[in-house]
Design a protein. Structure first.
Length: 395
């Protein structure tokens, strides 16, 4: 949402102001460059409410909230750790810096190592388990495992600075996360992670023709496979498939409009600040986070102050027309996410249908064939069917 960066900086400056009563030691200085690719940061107020957060993890360093455990729940930031491999092991090296947001109040915080199980990777989701995936009882323990790294039980603290390691001996997990819950806590540093062979003599055995790779011994690696050497990793030979993230939908009965967002922060902000206007309808489909797949294209997002609606299109000629001919009506906000245009979609992708309403003055998008058929059959006087907008992935 507009002003997110400004809001983040303002919150950060406010927290720094609370710290200003005590001198900062040299190692208090926050610098993401000291932890390239594994940086994380989060602040929770005295009630345990999320204040700010960022990092290098999944979905642009998004912190996802998992409320199933207790009243406040866990905040998780996920990092990709390479493909699941039963012949390798996962190594976690977390550096944590904990300081009170308000030094005059007690701090309670728990930090955990967390990682996905083989059962999650077998689902082939191309993303970590998100809150919507673990709503059912027992889902968290089925798809994730964890180990406590640090716990502070309602103390007055200056700083606490643990550096701890943990090895997942039986397999290399596809995803790892840093888990944090508590109140009056400002936590940051690096979530180091790596994939190691169980036996140093093992390495990657790669087929360049099929892009298949496994971990094994040199004598097992025969043509057309190529031996990568002792200690080599399939992650060095296989680029991960583009990750998927949810597209959320809201409905406003008072405005008679839908709103779609790919941003977890924007979703949370709408729920917190405009929940009386917009009803949250959940994740309606999943889209690509980036353009690593050469067959995908950006889905562009426009905002109209005049009309009070968003417009989304994957068609470059539509984008150019709105920017050049209707810039007084539409403001281009950039790519919202990435998807497949019709004709280049993979087999597992499903169509997103587009409708236009002259009466309401906005477009509607749905992945549901039931919604599509209902609008076509029951509301042709309101909605004109415009065909397939793009291809995405079912939730």
């Amino acid at each position: 949402m507009k002003g997110q960066a400004t809001t983040f900086i303002a919150c950060l400056l406010g927290i720094v102001a609370l710290f200003s009563s005590t001198a900062l030691a040299q190692n208090d200085i926050e610098d993401p460059n000291h932890f390239p690719g594994i940086w994380y940061r989060i602040a929770l107020d005295e009630q345990g409410v999320y204040m700010l957060g960022d990092g290098d993890g999944y979905a642009g360093g998004t912190w996802y909230h998992y409320p199933q455990v207790d009243e406040n729940g866990w905040w998780r930031q996920w990092f990709y750790n390479g493909p699941y491999d039963a012949n390798r092991k996962g190594r976690l090296d977390y550096a944590v810096y904990i300081q009170a947001v308000n030094a005059n109040l007690r701090t309670q915080v728990e930090v955990r190592f967390n990682w996905t199980t083989p059962e999650w990777s077998q689902l082939g989701k191309r993303r970590p388990p998100l809150p919507c995936d673990v709503m059912a009882e027992g889902a968290e323990s089925r798809y994730m495992q964890s180990k406590t790294l640090q716990s502070i039980e309602n103390w007055f603290i200056g700083t606490v600075e643990p550096i701890k390691q943990y090895t997942i001996p039986n397999y290399n997990p596809e995803w790892i996360s840093v888990d944090i819950r508590g109140h009056n806590a400002y936590v940051y540093r690096g979530a180091g992670h790596s994939s190691l062979p169980k036996d140093p003599a093992m390495g990657a055995c790669f087929n360049a023709q099929t892009s298949h790779c496994y971990t094994g011994y040199e004598h097992e690696c025969t043509a057309p496979y190529t031996w990568g050497g002792r200690g080599s990793d399939c992650a060095d030979y296989l680029a991960p498939e583009p990750f998927l993230a949810p597209v959320y939908r809201f409905w406003s009965g008072t405005r008679g409009k839908h709103l779609f967002t790919f941003s977890e922060r924007e979703k949370d902000q709408i729920i917190a600040e405009a929940g009386d206007v917009f009803e949250f309808e959940g994740a309606v489909y999943f889209a690509l986070m980036d353009d690593r797949d050469p067959a995908c294209r950006p889905v562009h997002r426009f905002w109209s102050d005049k009309l009070g609606v968003y417009f989304y299109t994957i068609v470059e000629s539509e984008r150019e027309k709105l920017e050049t001919m209707y810039s007084h009506v539409w403001t281009y906000e950039g790519p919202a996410f990435y998807a497949h245009p019709e004709g280049s979609q993979p087999d597992e992708a499903v169509p997103v249908y587009r409708f236009w309403s002259d009466a309401l003055g906005y477009h509607f998008y749905t992945i549901s064939e039931g919604e599509r058929d209902r609008l076509i059959v029951e509301f042709p006087h309101v909605w004109a069917y415009e065909g397939i907008a793009w291809y995405a992935y079912a939730p």
